[in-house]
Design a protein around this ligand. Structure first.
Ligand code: ARG
Length: 462
């Protein structure tokens, strides 16, 4: 990055003194917006092609402009491009270099265009590519989740509410809960893409242009599904980027819950899973420690994503129409959200298939918390006891079992009948963990057969 001040400004005509050095640095965005170079050049090539097609520039001028832009792309990619802070942003760095390379013809590229519609177009093009990558990563994780859910469709674990043992569930069912959260996030991304993939180019500064441009052609060249209907809105709003940050926050909030469960489950107290060593770190003082750093960081990263969303909303709030320089501040939070989301999804997809569940420990934990108490109540209801009375009876039975330090299915039939005369020998079918999960056999419930069908449906939805 070249920080030497005083480059001739592309907009310098009306100015009588050079830009203040501090202001030059303060207003520049090239340090962070240079990552838009690829899409800026693609947008310029499409614009030049359109200008030639409608006769605003000649075909030979178009050829010269495009070859100049292509060589700038190579310079950037092989690291020889000289980025200048005094040229403010990616757009003017590229345009100034184009004029350097091809001379006066380069000055024609900006006909019928403004940096206002240029930058709005660049961000949409860039974000569209990143969003497509994110969707692919999410789909990969969804596939892994269905495979795991299938493999563990009849593995029993405790299900929790209030983090207290509630009712036994299958591990496959729990995995499919993660699947549902993530597939909604995937769909939210695809929905965001619809509003994102609309072209502002042609809005010019804010009012449109006096040149006979062909916006349909430019949109088609750039793969946009539509064109912004209103030029003032086109250069001004960043709601598509805010929406991306919102969906990212939702995704990372979901993944923070997933990560939290991995942290809990890998603790000695739970012992439900073993994380692969390569995803953990040790302690410099406590030799026995194996810390779940990767899930912890995933949990923590949700904070930045939510922060970025708030930054984007606050940036847009109360801005008068149309473009304001405030909008230059959209890039860093947006880029950070993109980078964070891709990193987290990469971490999840590499860690998920390598988690080792300790199914024996899950099973014994499910036995510990009287998790079939509801099954006993339901059993009594089937024998004609009103549910509220059944609830009371089972509550007393549990209190007895706690005092005895025995599980419900370890009480004798005689002991059980002292709480309700309706209890018979068949009660032991419902008091087992297997009986309990198998009995929850309807659409969306935890029975192994239901999990297997959920997996089949899930795979079709990816
Ligand atoms: N760097 C600017 C941005 O990111 C580009 C648009 C500037 N337009 C302007 N009229 N100053 O928003």
């Amino acid at each position: 990055m070249n920080n030497t001040p005083g480059n001739k400004k592309l907009w310098g005509g009306r100015f009588t003194e050079p830009t203040d050095q501090f202001v030059e640095r303060f207003t520049a965005s090239v340090e962070f917006d240079q990552r838009l170079y690829h899409h800026d050049i693609a947008g310029s090539i499409a614009h030049a092609t359109m200008l030639a097609r409608v006769g605003i520039i000649s075909e030979s001028e178009q050829t010269l402009i495009i070859s100049g832009l292509e060589s700038i792309k190579s310079e950037i990619e092989n690291g020889t491009f000289n980025w200048q802070v005094s040229l403010e942003d990616v757009h003017m760095n590229i345009e100034a270099r184009l004029i350097d390379i091809i001379g006066d013809v380069g000055k024609k590229l900006h006909t019928g265009r403004s940096r206002n519609d240029q930058v709005a177009t660049d961000i949409r093009l860039y974000l569209r590519d990143e969003l497509d990558t994110v969707v692919l990563l999410k789909n990969q994780i969804l596939h892994v989740l269905t495979d795991l859910a299938e493999a563990y469709s009849d593995t029993i674990m405790p299900g929790y509410t209030h983090l207290q043992s509630a009712q036994p569930i299958t591990f496959g069912h729990h995995l499919m809960a993660w699947f549902e959260m993530l597939i909604r996030d995937r769909d939210r991304m695809l929905d965001c893409r619809k509003r994102l993939n609309v072209m502002p180019l042609g809005s010019a500064a804010l009012a449109g242009t006096t040149f006979p441009i062909d916006r349909e052609l430019t949109a088609q060249l750039l793969g946009f599904d539509g064109i912004c209907e209103n030029s003032v809105d086109g250069v001004s709003d960043r709601d598509f980027a805010i929406e991306f940050c919102a969906v990212t926050s939702m995704t990372l909030t979901h993944l923070s819950r997933w990560a939290e469960e991995l942290v809990l489950w890998s603790s000695t107290q739970f012992g439900f899973i073993e994380l692969p060593d390569r995803f953990c770190t040790g302690s410099s003082i406590m030799p026995q420690k194996k810390n779940p750093d990767v899930p912890e960081l995933i949990r923590g990263k949700s904070g930045r994503a939510i922060g970025n969303l708030i930054a984007m909303l606050t940036l847009m709030k109360s801005q008068p129409l149309a473009y304001n320089k405030d909008n230059q501040e959209d890039k860093e939070p947006l880029f950070d959200s993109i980078d964070t989301l891709k990193d987290v999804l990469t971490a999840v997809s590499s860690m998920l298939p390598n988690i080792q569940p300790n199914t024996a420990r899950m099973y014994s934990a499910a036995q510990e918390g009287f998790s079939t108490a509801t099954d006993l109540a339901d059993y009594l209801v089937r024998k004609g006891v009103p549910f509220r009375d059944a609830h009371e009876v089972v509550g007393k039975t549990v209190a007895f079992a706690i005092a005895e330090d025995r599980a419900l299915d370890k009480l004798t039939l005689l002991e059980l009948t002292t709480f309700s005369a309706q209890i018979e020998a068949d009660v032991f079918d419902v008091l087992t963990l297997e009986g309990s999960v198998k009995a929850r056999n309807h659409f969306g419930a935890t029975a192994p057969s239901q999990v297997k069908s959920a997996v089949i449906r899930g795979r079709k939805r990816i």
